[in-house]
Design a protein around this ligand. Structure first.
Ligand code: PMP
Length: 460
């Protein structure tokens, strides 16, 4: 059997990586000079690299390894399914047990009126599905002009041309011809950066009302859907003010516009409930899922769709699907992952025990001189770095401090991500209170070191 365990020196692997491997969201020349950090194995919340460092993964990979690394049950579920039926498709009136069971399970977990699942291989694919689903739905309802989809600047919905267009990352739109037509963006509810003199509550309402203004500008008869993450993740963990979602709900109801809740990060316990929609009080018509669905052990995503949409779409052939829609091995692993989350009471423990513990510790970082606000919902949080807390000032060289802090975290064997000058945590949901203490200790040390380094470099 071919083993991929590391036997080569790190420098050799780095050279091969630089020679042949194109990385996502990476400046290739910069990486070549530095050499990639090579992760070789992992267990619980701990990664190990090719140099033998043990690193606390406060990002759960890419916000996805909810049950933690090293769960044998998931390995066994994959192996058993591969032996029995490694692949079959779900096209052309065929099905298989893992897809049937997983769809049933998801219908049981999702809000009452969402009982139908269209599977995909990733969150991006699922959001591409959603674009076609909502437009086809309105077409079949006799309203083909309802095509516009409203999203938000600084949202992240994926990297394919469709989902990247839904997202509001201007740097992504600048490359490769995005956005596609009929996608519109409104401003995000980021009070810290954009709230000016308004109170958070006033600002939340103001940002929600931009949705109403956009609907009226486009014409209410032309708008198919609004898409949003219950709590923006990749944009920097932007926790909206409490006034935001109730006002958005009111507006969507008033104009009969579908709501797609992108639960790719928020789903499967991350916010302390099964879905972020519960935590934020949202009533979606479609939920996008991926990541925590399989805890990242297999690539799988999907759209959980309302009874109403499923019924209308079911009236004709929906000409859409991926080879790996409902992949049996991915479905079997996802089912086992949901069993673990449920039977081990992981979501409940997050809500009642570890998330409140993390919140207290994480918010205490706000007393650090570099930290403006520290915001956290469940197991996803961020701190905003600032040269002046009182005025919520931004650094002139946006992102430099975040990068510096991220590098100090790495040096201290802690993975935190930086988005501009926000530092993010999103640890595996199984993180213990001792590990949370360690996370905070290393984060504080890294902030101290980043501040010293910034002073040396004249950034402060
Ligand atoms: N939606 C959200 C909210 C996400 O955070 C992501 C990935 N970070 C995606 C969609 C895209 O998922 P994927 O990378 O699996 O395509």
């Amino acid at each position: 059997m071919a083993h991929l365990t590391n036997t080569a020196p790190t420098a050799e692997l780095q050279a091969l990586d630089a020679a042949h491997h194109l990385h996502p969201f990476t400046h290739a020349a910069g990486l070549k000079d530095k050499g990639a950090r090579i992760i070789t194995r992992a267990d619980g919340v701990w990664l190990q690299d090719s140099e033998g460092h043990r690193i606390l993964d406060a990002m759960a990979g890419l916000w996805c390894v909810n049950v933690g690394y090293g769960r044998r049950e998931l390995v066994e579920a994959a192996a058993a399914q591969m032996a029995e039926l490694p692949f079959y498709n779900t096209f052309f009136q065929t099905s298989h047990v893992p897809a049937i069971r997983l769809a049933e399970r998801l219908a049981g977990l999702a809000p009452e009126h969402l009982n139908h699942v269209f599977f995909a291989g990733s969150g991006s694919e699922a959001n591409d599905t959603n674009i076609r689903l909502v437009r086809t739905y309105w077409e079949m309802k006799g309203a083909p002009q309802k095509k516009a989809i409203i999203s938000r600047w600084n949202a992240y919905h994926g990297s394919s041309v469709g989902s990247g267009s839904l997202g509001g990352m201007k740097g992504m739109h600048a490359q490769g011809g995005m956005p596609i037509p009929d996608i519109h963006h409104i401003d995000q509810p980021d009070w810290w950066s954009e709230g000016g003199d308004l109170t958070p509550e006033e600002f939340g309402r103001e940002r929600a009302r931009q949705l109403e203004e956009k609907i009226l500008e486009l014409g209410e008869d032309n708008v198919a859907a609004f898409i949003a993450e219950p709590v923006q993740g990749a944009g920097g963990v932007i926790v909206p003010p409490d006034s935001y979602w109730p006002e958005v709900n009111r507006i969507l109801d008033k104009y009969d516009i579908l709501l797609i809740a992108d639960e790719v990060i928020c789903g499967f316990g991350r916010t302390g409930n099964w879905f972020g929609s519960e935590t934020m009080g949202i009533r979606p018509d479609i939920m996008t899922i991926a990541k925590g669905l399989s805890s990242g052990y297999q690539p799988i995503g999907g759209s959980i769709v309302s009874d109403e949409i499923a019924e209308v779409i079911g009236g004709d052939e929906f000409n859409h699907g991926y080879t790996y829609s409902g992949h049996p091995v991915a479905c079997a692993v996802a089912l086992e992952n949901l069993r673990i989350l449920d039977e081990e009471g992981i979501v409940t423990r997050v809500r009642e025990e570890t998330a409140p513990y993390l919140k207290k510790k994480f918010e205490s970082l706000a007393d650090h001189p570099l930290v403006g606000e520290a915001k956290i919902v469940g197991m996803m949080g961020s701190i905003a770095l600032t040269p002046d807390k009182a005025s919520r000032a931004k650094f002139e060289d946006g992102g430099a401090l975040g990068y510096l802090t991220r590098e100090r975290c790495f040096a201290n064997d802690l993975v935190m991500r930086h988005v501009g000058d926000r530092m993010i945590v999103s640890p595996p949901l199984v993180i213990s209170t001792d590990e949370i203490d360690l996370l905070i200790e290393r984060a504080r040390k890294s902030l101290d070191e980043a501040m010293d380094e910034a002073e040396r470099q004249g950034l402060l």
